[in-house]
Design a protein around this ligand. Structure first.
Ligand SMILES: [Zn+2]
Length: 664
């Protein structure tokens, strides 16, 4: 009940009671309340009086000058005088009038002014304070809330009166609520949040900006369903629509890029924006882009596509299109379009020419508005067969052998975007069948695999990689895939699982295969279990393929670089044949002048040999591990790249660019 009166208002009443007692009356009169307001200078009423140009001591003097002092009382057993009671009731009315769900000193001041009889209104009138002037001040002032302070206990008489008023307010709220409910359907704040598909902070902000109409019933917000629907229908319109001419110009650009003749120039800006968003996605898919980047600048909205691992400037859209286009992508990704100040994530499933794509959308606020990044995942690419990854025949055979091991560990390693996920999925897709129990734990689950139980971790819910992995061991599995291997605990469980008769697959983030052995040691796994359980490690990289449309032979014979390349290849387990010819793309229509089209993989397949196992036991350095692995039949990433360059699939420059990039 007590929170109905602000801490300041309670302080004012307490001071008033002391004032009244000091001047010899047992009843708190409105004038005592007024003096008390000047005793509590932080209260809103005092601030209002000051804003009206009055000094608080002058106000006090004015009122005190009118009070006749009798013999003084002890401040006890005080009650409100009938006039003060009326002033408090009127204060309550004023609070309602301002749609405040509390009574503050400012409302008491208004109540005193409205009560009109007695000393206080007289003094205020003398000072030139009118009801309207106080109301106006209150209107102008932003309510910042009140700091809760320890307030002395009020006397029982006053306390019960204030409690009565609070109870009255509650009862009136209930009555009003009941009445409203009878009239129309009302939603609570939680229901409204759900209905709008937004968050509480956003709804509060929308209320603050008058974007949404809400009814404050006492302390509770209620929403008319009709108001919410009206807001949602208005929603997209609230986003600044781009001028038609700008949209037409952009649509024409994308039509030209997509080589389609679109004669349809009809439609409102909204329909055109939807088409534009669609065409941007279409262009990205057509260009085989892995990512779409939309970045707001001072003067434009830059569209870049990442194709074959390299960002390319595609279009500078006019800034006028930014807001509506961003809202469109956010709507498609089921994000809250009204939330523009926090990062958001979402996904857009797209079906294009019988293929399924998953656009992973991330929006972040930036200086000139929201920036959007979309990662494009093609289901077909992830679930591609092992034989289509560009693996050399002997590498393919080795990987298939690894996947048929009854137990042990198989690692795919490489930097992010090196194709290791695709490799792991392809392995599972080929191996998981009706005769094997296959389980995966991922974050997030990328794509559904046949004959596989896939579990997504939920860290907040306590479903972590280690907990899921432990639970998996009770599921009688044959093959386990751990989507992420970042900590020693998960690694330890993976090793234990492989020791107890399961085949465990996981990715690591190292530059090459031998380094993965050292990474496991770094993660706290003892040398012996590593040498005993790791069956194979495959390092991966993606390189751009030379464009078939403009591929030209390059003769390197006699050039000093050839000797260098030949030496690197030999060290990595590959001998360049005599008379080898390299290639280069000169640029053509098909590759848009870049000389490359599409990508293929480079692989380094390490299989555990006795010599390697022995080297792991004595924690040998990476150079030695590499030498032993090559001696055991491994071809390094560089050697595999050079071989693919000799085969005319890629260029020496591309192999050097991709492979020599070291990763931590
Ligand atoms: Zn070309």
């Amino acid at each position: 009940m007590w929170q109905r009166f602000t801490e300041r208002a309670r302080q004012v009443v307490f001071h008033a009671q002391a004032r009244a007692a000091s001047v010899g009356t047992k009843q708190v009169e409105p004038e005592h309340l007024l003096i008390a307001m000047t005793d509590v200078p932080e209260c809103m009423a005092a601030v209002i009086l000051e804003r009206l140009g009055l000094r608080l001591d002058a106000v006090r003097e004015e009122v005190e000058g009118r009070i006749t002092i009798k013999e003084s009382y002890a401040a006890q057993d005080m009650t409100l005088s009938p006039a003060a009671q009326k002033a408090v009731n009127l204060a309550y009315e004023e609070a309602k009038r301002f749609k405040h769900d509390y009574i503050g000193a400012e409302h008491l001041l208004l109540g005193i002014l409205r009560e009109q009889t007695g000393i206080a209104p007289q003094a205020l009138a003398h000072l030139g304070v009118t009801l309207e002037a106080v109301r106006e001040q209150l209107q102008q002032m932003q309510h910042k809330g009140f700091t809760p302070e320890e307030v002395p206990k009020l006397q029982p008489g006053l306390e019960s009166r204030m409690a009565e008023i609070a109870a009255m307010m509650d009862a009136e709220d209930d009555k009003r609520l009941e009445e409203l409910r009878r009239q129309e359907e009302l939603l609570s704040l939680d229901e409204a949040v759900k209905f709008l598909g937004t968050s509480k902070p956003t709804l509060y902000r929308l209320l603050g900006q008058d974007e949404i109409k809400g009814l404050k019933v006492g302390r509770q917000w209620r929403f008319r369903r009709a108001d919410l629907i009206a807001y949602m229908e208005r929603g997209p319109v609230a986003v600044a629509a781009a001028p038609k001419e700008d949209l037409d110009m952009e649509l024409a650009f994308f039509d030209q890029q997509l080589s389609v003749e679109e004669t349809d120039t009809s439609g409102d800006p909204e329909a055109k924006t939807i088409r534009l968003a669609h065409k941007i996605m279409q262009l990205a898919i057509g260009a085989k882009a892995s990512d779409i980047h939309l970045e707001p600048n001072a003067d434009d909205f830059l569209l870049r596509l990442r194709v074959d691992g390299v960002l390319q400037e595609t279009r500078r859209l006019p800034s006028s299109t930014r807001e509506s286009l961003t809202a469109r992508f956010k709507t498609m990704a089921e994000m809250d379009i009204n939330e523009k100040r926090l990062p958001q994530d979402g996904r857009i499933p797209v079906r294009h020419e019988d293929k399924d794509f998953d656009f992973r959308v991330a929006v972040i606020p930036s200086m000139y508005g929201e920036a959007i990044t979309m990662r494009i995942l093609a289901r077909q690419d992830v679930l591609i067969g092992l034989d289509k990854l560009g693996l050399a025949p002997e590498d393919l055979r080795q990987i298939r052998d690894l996947m048929h091991q009854p137990n042990g560990i198989v690692v795919a390693t490489g930097p992010t975007g090196s194709g290791r996920t695709t490799l792991l999925y392809s392995c599972l897709r080929e191996t998981a069948d009706a005769e094997k129990k296959t389980l995966t734990v991922e974050d997030p689950v990328e794509f559904a695999l046949p004959y596989t139980t896939q579990t997504q971790v939920n860290k907040r819910g306590g479903l972590t990689f280690p907990t899921v992995l432990r639970a998996f061991l009770r599921q009688d599995p044959d093959i386990l895939l751990v989507g992420e291997m970042r900590d020693g605990e998960t690694a330890q469980i993976a090793v234990e699982a492989s020791l107890t008769g399961h085949l465990v697959l996981f990715p690591l983030h190292t530059g090459d295969a031998p380094s993965a052995l050292l990474r496991l040691l770094d993660m706290g796994i003892e040398p012996y279990p590593i040498s005993a359980t790791v069956k194979g490690i495959v390092a991966t990289r993606l390189v751009r393929r030379v464009c078939d449309g403009c591929k030209q032979p390059v003769d390197l014979s006699g050039e000093p670089t050839l000797g260098y390349i030949a030496r690197l290849a030999a060290e990595g387990g590959y001998e360049i044949p005599d008379g080898a010819v390299f290639v280069r793309g000169t640029g053509c229509e098909q590759c848009r002048g870049r000389g490359y089209r599409g990508r293929t993989g480079l692989y380094e397949v390490l299989t555990m040999t006795e010599a390697l196992a022995e080297a792991v036991l004595r924690r040998a350095p990476v150079e030695e591990l590499t030498k032993l692995a090559v001696a055991g039949g491994m071809r390094t990433l560089l050697a595999d790249g050079i071989r693919k360059a000799v085969e005319g699939q890629t260029t020496i420059e591309e192999v050097m660019r991709v492979v020599t990039v070291s990763v931590g």
